[in-house]
Structure formats: C-alpha cells, structure tokens
Ligand binder design. Structure first.
Ligand code: PLP
Length: 340
C-alpha cells in the first residue's frame, strides 16, 4: 500500500480525518460484533445521555513504524484494561479487553497508509471512546452505548527540540479524594478546561494540581503524571488514589529499575519536597516525557538544576530507553510491543 502524501514532520497534534474507524453498538444488554466504517459522523438524539450527563470515557494510544519496518502498538492491553475499569466506574457496559485489542488492530490495518514512517517522529494516534447514546432525561445510566475507535496521524510532539516547560501550582482541584481522578473520563477534562486556559493566559504550559483534601501533596497535571528524580538519582512518582494510572509512567518506572538499575519509588510526594528534586518530567502517551524546568507557586519559583534548555540526564536516559524499546532499537519486555 502507498503511504498518504503527508508531510509527517510538519503535522501537529490535531485531528486529521482518516479513511476508516471501528464502531460497535450496545443494545438489549450486549455489544454487537462491530464494523469498520468510512462514516466519521455520529447521529444521535438531542437527549442522548452523553450530551446531557456526560456519560463518556476514552483512551489514547499510538501505532507507529519500528526501525525494522513493523507496524506496532505499545501495550494496548493496558488501555483495554483501563477502559474496562473506567466503564465500570461510570456504570457503562465494559467492552471486552481482547476485543478492544482486536479492534485497535483492525483500525490500524484499515488505515495502514496513515501510519507514519520510522524516523519521521510522527505516529498514528488511536482514540477509543465510549458514550451513552439513547435519550435520558431522568438521571440514570443510558441503556444503549456506542464504542468507537478512530485514528489520526499526529506529528512529533517536540518540534524543533525538546524545551523544558514552566508549570504553575493551580488553585483549582483536579480530582476529589473519592471521586473520578483515577479514570479516563471526559468529565475530568471538561472541568480542567478553565484552569488550563487560566494557566495559559498567565504564561504557563500546564497546571500542577495538589491533592484536594490537604493541598500539600503533588497529584498530576491535567493530562500527565509526574516523575521526579532525586539528587541521588532515585526516580520518584506520586502515589494517590485520585491520579490517572498512566501507562507511560508505569512503563518508565519499570525501565528505571530493570533497564537502568535505578531505585524507583511510588509514594506520596509532598509539595514541600519538590524544591529538593534534581529533575522533573511529565509522562503521557503523546510526548513520553516532557521535561519540566520550573514550577511557580504563587510567584515563588522552583527552578530545577536541569535548567530551561534541555532534559535532565536521568530524564533523558529514561526517555531514550523507553523510546528505544518502542521503536524496536532495544529489546522489549514480553508483551509490550504488539504487532499489527
Ligand atoms: C491519559 C492521561 C495520562 C497519561 O496516561 P498514558 O497512559 O501514559 O497516556 C495522565 N493523566 C491523565 C489525567 C490522563 O488522562
């Protein structure tokens, strides 16, 4: 098949309509077999549950070309499992995990021409999502659902080099202690739009959210988990029930221990300790790790020794090792790389 005539290197992180997507419908208590369709539009009733009560959740993962020319996905089974958990928390009928991975493969195959070539820095981003579609006016879960996966090619996250970010400590909360912070639900993003726009207006790239109950502990940003490196090269990530369990972060913690021989610890991280760390990064599928150079807390600056020009040395090692595994340059742990 011929690749699409796309300037892969100049793609941004935006929606580009591709040829095919997967759709499965849930009705009368079961999911149907699902189909690949060319129709990118969804028609629903004005009173659809998703429109009125935001009963929707999503996932995000990438397909890409490895150094030796294979088309692969990174740990799609973990996206399947996370979406299963999310659906249960939202009283949605979970989609079978094996069928989820199969559907991911079908969508990548159907859009093979849009999988960017190795070395372009671009990837084919996959967006599985599910929503309640039948009319609901009295508050309750929907009876009918749609599960979809579309694909969109996205450019290299760091165009023109990786520049450390400046964050601010938010006065808003991202997630309540016994709320929905640990699931990938649209509602967590709806309420984060105002804080992120406020942060941008003030010149910051992202918000650092603290725990809502005590405002003393580090949680995450709107869409990425934190990794810190101590001055004696220990990797630390915040532990909390209201953080979204990032697959990238979990993979990086494994890489730190098993590939780099570093100590790696998931524990509560107090905001007071942040000034003592040597490096800071944000982890998520889109960028793998974005280095953080500075965090501003109501005018008080925390500047990491790694500075504002490049990634810290441990962050860089983590980044190079995980992207090496993803791209097939390094041996992957069993099951991490799934061939299409
Ligand atoms: C998706 C997401 C992440 C990153 O998770 P990955 O699985 O690494 O992509 C982190 N935080 C939030 C709130 C998210 O929604």
């Amino acid at each position: 098949m011929a690749k699409k005539d796309i300037d892969w290197g100049s793609l941004g992180f935006g929606y580009v309509k591709t040829d095919k997507r997967f759709v499965s419908n849930y009705k009368d208590g079961k999911w149907d077999d699902g189909v690949i369709t060319e129709d990118a539009d969804i028609v629903m009733n004005e009173c659809a549950c998703v429109l009125q009560y935001a009963q929707t959740c999503f996932e995000g993962l990438k397909a890409y070309t490895t150094e030796d020319g294979r088309t692969v996905c990174f740990r799609p089974d973990l996206n399947a499992a996370r979406m299963y958990d999310t659906a249960q928390r939202l009283e949605m009928p979970p989609f079978d995990k094996d069928r989820f991975v199969e559907a991911v493969k079908q969508v990548v195959k159907a859009n093979e021409d849009y999988v960017p070539p190795y070395g372009s820095g671009a990837t084919l981003y996959l967006r599985p999502y599910m929503f309640g579609i039948n009319p609901v006016i009295g508050v309750k879960p929907a009876d009918e659902y749609q599960f979809r996966i579309f694909a969109t090619p996205v450019g290299p996250y760091f165009k023109g080099g990786i520049k450390p970010l400046t964050l601010c400590v938010s006065d808003f909360d991202r997630a309540a202690p016994h709320g929905t912070g640990h699931i990938k639900a649209g509602l967590n993003y709806a309420m984060s739009l105002h804080p992120i726009q406020e942060a941008h207006r003030a010149g910051f790239a992202e918000n650092m959210y603290l725990d809502a109950a005590t405002r003393t502990k580090v949680e995450e940003t709107g869409g990425a988990n934190f990794l810190f490196v101590t001055k004696d090269n220990k990797v630390v990530t915040p532990k909390s029930n209201s953080i979204l369990p990032s697959i990238t972060r979990r993979s990086l913690m494994y890489v730190a221990k098993e590939y780099l021989g570093l100590e790696a610890e998931e524990r509560e991280v107090y905001f007071d300790e942040v000034k003592d760390f040597a490096e800071c990064g944000l982890c998520g599928t889109a960028a793998v790790i974005s280095p953080v150079g500075k965090i501003v807390d109501h005018g008080k600056e925390i500047c990491f020794p790694s500075g504002m020009d490049e990634m810290g040395p441990i962050t860089k090692k983590l980044y190079d090792t995980l992207t090496g595994i993803q791209m097939g340059r390094l041996d992957a742990p069993e099951g991490w790389i799934v061939e299409i």
